[in-house]
Design a protein around this ligand. Structure first.
Ligand SMILES: Nc1ncnc2c1ncn2[C@@H]1O[C@H](COP(=O)(O)OP(=O)(O)O)[C@@H](O)[C@H]1O
Ligand SMILES: [Mg+2]
Length: 401
């Protein structure tokens, strides 16, 4: 935009300059020939007088040449153009000189009696007067024309001066405009360079830093996503572990055994065992069975627990049956399966050496401490474990020691 304005101004100036030149040229064309002749003659007073005298002499020579043809008829005829020339181009003084010279020449050569200045009669006198009168009129007209010519010339010179002055002004303003334009272009370049440097140094650096931050955030997010899934997995593991701990804790010592008694504890355990081991267990527990001393209830629970574990581990039996019965002075616990039975060599080993496995030995020991015993009946189609405990069934709460 800044560049457009000076350009249009320059072109406008060019137009006005050319139009001024054109008007000046047309003014010159109008009076070019006469003006140049006028200018050449009117350069000095001597030139003007010389021109008038030469024109008069030429007119006299021409009349002299025409003398055989014209005789004494119209003696001033060729002088009129000379007088007109003098009046037109040379001014009052040279024209009067031309008239006087012409009159003298005409009187001497062409007006009878020739070769003398004497006048014969009125005809010649009228002729002289007419010549003088016409010359006076021509001189007056020429003077009027010369006045307007001079005025025109002065106006033209004035116009030319004005045009020259205007052209100089235009040249000056064109030069200053082109300087201004160059300065504007330079300023624009400097400004662009400065903005480019600013952009590169500040915004560019900031963008680079921002890019690095975003990349770091991106990798953080990826790491956090991974961490989140790890946390989620760990949460599931913790929940599972918590369940396991709870189960293990309950299996180690079921809270139900103390609080709700053997029946509830056994039902809870059998249900969980079936789910875990996929062994179908049938629990036959008498409805009227009351509470037993805590040691007895624990012994019975541990016996059933160990027997079911052995069935799951060793028997390969799909089912198990538990029967709890009480008589007047003892409780009978039978756990039976339809598995492969205890191998005979294992049985004889257990009977001869008296070294049963840890589980069976633990059961026996526990029952023995309470005055009870354990019988094992096993064959190829299954195993029956029978535990007896000499306790009287009581409906009271277990004695806590
Ligand atoms: N129900 C059963 N069916 C088959 N084999 C059994 C059964 N119960 C126990 N046994 C056998 O008796 C062995 C001793 O059992 P136990 O004293 O509980 O020891 P553990 O279970 O630690 O091996 C077992 O190794 C297994 O060979
Ligand atoms: Mg065992």
């Amino acid at each position: 935009m800044a560049n457009d304005a000076p350009t249009s101004n320059v072109s406008a100036n060019n137009v006005s300059t050319s139009s001024a030149s054109a008007s000046s040229a047309s003014a010159n064309n109008v009076s070019e020939s006469s003006a140049s002749l006028f200018a050449r003659i009117s350069k000095g007073t001597g030139r003007r007088y010389a021109a008038a005298v030469l024109a008069t002499l030429a007119a006299l020579v021409a009349r002299l040449a025409l003398n055989p043809l014209l005789k004494d008829y119209v003696p001033y005829i060729t002088l009129f153009p000379a007088v007109a020339f003098g009046a037109w181009y040379c001014g009052v003084g040279p024209t009067i000189l031309s008239v006087v010279l012409g009159l003298i020449g005409a009187l001497y050569w062409f007006v009878p009696p020739t070769h003398s200045f004497s006048i014969l009669g009125t005809t010649e006198a009228v002729g002289i007067l007419a010549f003088l009168l016409v010359s006076g009129v021509v001189l007056a007209m020429g003077e009027a024309r010369r006045g307007s010519e001079e005025k025109l010339r002065a106006a033209q010179l004035e116009l030319e001066d004005a045009v020259r002055e205007r052209t100089t002004e235009l040249d000056t303003s064109n030069q200053s405009l082109s300087k201004l334009s160059a300065r504007l272009i330079q300023l624009q370049d400097d400004e662009r360079r400065r903005i480019a440097r600013e952009l590169h140094d500040s915004v560019g650096q900031m963008l680079a830093a921002l890019g690095m931050n975003l990349a770091a955030i991106g990798s953080d997010i990826a790491r956090l996503t991974q961490t989140a899934s790890t946390v989620h997995d760990s949460e599931a593991l913790v929940q599972e572990l918590s369940r396991e701990v709870r189960t293990i804790s309950h299996l180690l010592h079921p809270p139900l055994l103390d609080e709700a008694g053997l029946a509830s504890a056994l039902r809870w355990y059998v249900e969980g065992f079936s789910q875990r081991s996929k062994v179908k267990v049938d629990l036959d527990f008498p409805a009227e069975f009351g509470r037993l001393p805590r040691e007895s209830e624990t012994a019975i629970f541990r016996t059933v627990q160990e027997c079911l574990t052995n069935i799951h581990r060793h028997s390969e039996s799909p089912t198990a049956k538990i029967r709890i019965a009480s008589s007047d002075n003892e409780v009978r616990v039978e756990v039976e399966d339809r598995g492969k039975g205890i191998p005979p060599e294992r049985q004889s080993e257990m009977e001869s050496a008296g070294i049963p496995g840890v589980g069976i030995r633990g059961m026996r020991e526990r029952l023995r401490q309470l005055g009870g015993n354990l019988e094992i009946h096993s064959h190829g189609r299954g195993t029956l474990i029978l535990a007896r405990l000499p306790v009287a069934v009581s409906s009271e709460s277990p004695t806590v020691t």
